[in-house]
Design a protein around this ligand. Structure first.
Ligand SMILES: Cc1ncc(C[n+]2csc(CCOP(=O)(O)OP(=O)(O)O)c2C)c(N)n1
Ligand SMILES: [Mg+2]
Length: 628
């Protein structure tokens, strides 16, 4: 049972008709180009550098196709576009004010770059003609080569010098960002050019003369070689990374694994790509290779990587730093994007066969090349659609001072996944410390992957963008965010409330940038210094921040702080009802500062070497006394 479609209608800010709605300015032509390309939305925070384009979007296009989505921070605007692309596979736009708006947006652009999502970023500067600049403000908001700020983490950028060149530039950028390997592009529009009056606007380039490039199929000889290797393998392994999230591609991956009896490992950095409960997927997906999954890598004789992020690092993680003996097939087009500034290309991956091809096309070709009868039938096919329930929440929470009770994070996770299981949740984000057994993704879009660049603060914006894309799908957009992530990006919620984009955020509130407590604990242990001090400079307490109030202050529903299992269940019931009715809901759940040990290394890289069986807790400092 999914949640019903929201009962509210999306807000459209409809402008009064303009008496002079004929294209007469440079930005009018640019706005028409955006419509021609089918850009559905442009997320933005305003600025005088693109007041010409803003006017054209409102008074020429009537704020339709594209529709503007007002954001309270440029970082949210880009995160929203990223969330939208992660769900739909399609791009939307973001418009960023001159240099300062672009500076605000940089981290989000880096996330989108590392996540390899399509996105059209429009910027502005100038007037480039200094004689046309207003005093002071136009000078501080004009930069030479503005694209240089983000050139190292965009696929392409341009600053066209005429209106006709702007149209070509936007079309070129659109084709580039939507062509694999995908990544954001940036087109910087001179303010003077936008505001330039025109006797007639230049014709839009004919789209049919600039079609998307035909996709090249993987070479048949390579397909035959890989198929033969898989067919002859005793322990084949598929590592599934950045792949398409349509149902057909998802089903073909299952088909391939079953035909050759391959084990499968999936990655929480990327979206749900294979049914986790499937018998051929024996271990929970993780951010890192979990110790229990390592033997699959060590013992494999053929490994096929389908655009797996950090192939070399994962292979070494599975083999104690060595490389596996297996024959390795690496199918990815990512090398086309590799540059020098950011090392997001990861360690150099060994491979006997490297294919610069679309991984889903390789899967389709392999399925066509391999015999139909499954070599190894899954033991219990029913398990594919009926994942085993996670262990029940533990009965007893750790002792805490009266009024300061907190849920173990594993309990919170199990209660959330059980309560939402029947409502077709689409997990947009999971916090560090989320237990692997609560990642029971069985279908595409059950999980949409991580932030790409590890930039905290993107969670709320990405949730809004994903929820925008999921609107009316019957799915429940849910993000479980760390309190630090929530607090850095929470003004994105207003955009969701304003445009009636229903969603649920559960904040895993340990009142800390807790990931760094683990690092400080590690430092203290290594250096023989007091572990008790690990919280200093990291705890967000005194005063405790009222996270639900911060949601209510933006017109969202805010529940909590919730401190026990029953209160959480009740809040989730209310939240599901509210989201079904169109609301934006935040539940603040007080969780103990700990990462669930059952997560093993799925979401955490370096757990300190302490009690190997118990959770990583803040036992070293006293929460029982209330304040650290
Ligand atoms: C923009 C940015 N600043 C700082 C960091 C370093 N960092 C990584 S995880 C983390 C803590 C995040 O806190 P929270 O979201 O509350 O999650 P928790 O660790 O408490 O589970 C920080 C500060 C980062 N990755 N990105
Ligand atoms: Mg935290």
């Amino acid at each position: 049972m999914g949640i019903p479609a929201p009962s509210c209608t999306p807000l459209h800010e409809t402008p009064v008709p303009s008496p002079s709605a004929v294209p007469r300015y440079g930005s009018d032509a640019i706005a028409l180009m955006l419509r021609e390309l089918g850009v559905p939305y442009v997320a933005l925070n305003p600025g005088a550098s693109y007041r010409g384009l803003h006017d054209s979007l409102v008074n020429l296009l009537g704020n339709e196709r594209p529709q503007m989505l007002l954001c309270l921070h440029e970082e949210s605007a880009v995160a929203i576009a990223q969330g939208y692309a992660k769900v739909t596979g399609r791009m939307m736009g973001a418009v960023l004010h001159s240099n300062v708006g672009l500076m605000h947006a940089t981290m989000a652009i880096f996330n989108a770059w590392c996540d390899r999502v399509p996105m059209l970023l429009l910027g502005a500067t100038g007037p480039v003609d200094a004689s046309a600049r207003r005093p002071w403000i136009d000078w501080i908001h004009t930069a030479a080569d503005q694209g240089a700020l983000i050139r190292d983490y965009t696929k392409w950028d341009d600053q066209p010098a005429s209106v006709a060149a702007s149209l070509e530039s936007i079309l070129r950028g659109y084709r580039m960002t939507t062509t694999a390997p995908q990544a954001p592009v940036y087109v910087c529009l001179d303010a003077g050019l936008q505001e330039q009056p025109l006797a007639t606007t230049p014709p839009l380039p004919a789209l049919e003369r600039h079609p998307p490039p035909r996709v090249v199929e993987p070479p048949p000889s390579a397909v035959a070689e890989i198929a033969a290797a898989l067919a002859g393998a005793a322990s084949p392994l598929l590592l599934i990374g950045r792949v398409a999230n349509d149902a057909g591609s998802f089903a073909r991956r299952v088909e391939l694994a079953e035909r050759v009896g391959a084990r499968v490992i999936t990655d929480l950095k990327t979206a749900a790509s294979f049914p986790v409960p499937h018998p051929l997927h024996p271990h929970p997906a993780g951010i890192y290779i979990a110790p229990e999954a390592a033997p699959l890598i060590r013992d494999a004789d053929v490994i096929v990587s389908l655009d797996w992020v950090d192939l070399a690092g994962s292979l070494r993680a599975g083999c104690n730093g060595a490389l596996p003996a297996a024959k390795i097939v690496h199918c990815s087009m990512d090398a086309y994007l590799h540059r020098g500034w950011s090392k997001d290309y990861q360690a150099l991956a060994p491979a006997e066969i490297t294919l610069h091809a679309d991984p889903d096309r390789l899967v389709a070709a392999l399925v066509a090349a391999l015999p139909e009868a499954p070599r190894v039938r899954p033991a219990t096919p029913a398990a594919v659609t009926a994942p085993a329930a996670p262990p029940a929440a533990s009965a007893a929470a750790p002792a805490a001072a009266p009024g300061d009770e907190r849920l173990p994070i594993a309990d919170m996770a199990r209660i959330v996944s059980t309560a939402l299981g029947a409502h077709r949740p689409s997990y947009v984000r999971l916090p560090l410390g989320w237990p692997g057994d609560c990642c029971r993704f069985a279908e595409p879009l059950d999980f949409i992957g991580f932030d790409g660049g590890g930039g905290i603060g993107s969670g709320p914006g990405m949730t809004v963008g994903a929820a925008l894309a999921l609107r009316g799908s019957g799915r429940l957009p849910i993000a479980v965010l760390g309190d630090g992530d929530y607090l850095m990006g929470l003004t994105a919620l207003w955009t969701a409330v304003h445009y009636r984009i229903p969603l649920l955020i559960v904040v895993s509130n340990n009142q800390s940038f807790f990931n760094d407590e683990i690092h400080q604990e590690r430092m203290a242990r290594l250096r023989g210094r007091p572990v008790e001090n690990k919280w200093v400079g990291l705890r967000m307490d005194d005063p405790a921040i009222d996270l639900a109030q911060l949601a209510r202050g933006q017109g969202a529903r805010g529940y909590g702080p919730v401190r026990d299992a029953n209160a959480l269940r009740a809040a989730l019931d209310d939240a599901v009802r509210d989201v079904g009715g169109g609301a934006v809901v935040v539940i603040d759940v007080r969780v103990a500062p700990e990462y669930a040990r059952s997560v093993s290394s799925s979401l955490v890289k370096h757990l300190p070497q302490q009690d190997p069986s118990g959770p990583i807790t803040d036992a070293a400092h006293s929460t029982s006394g209330g304040k650290p």
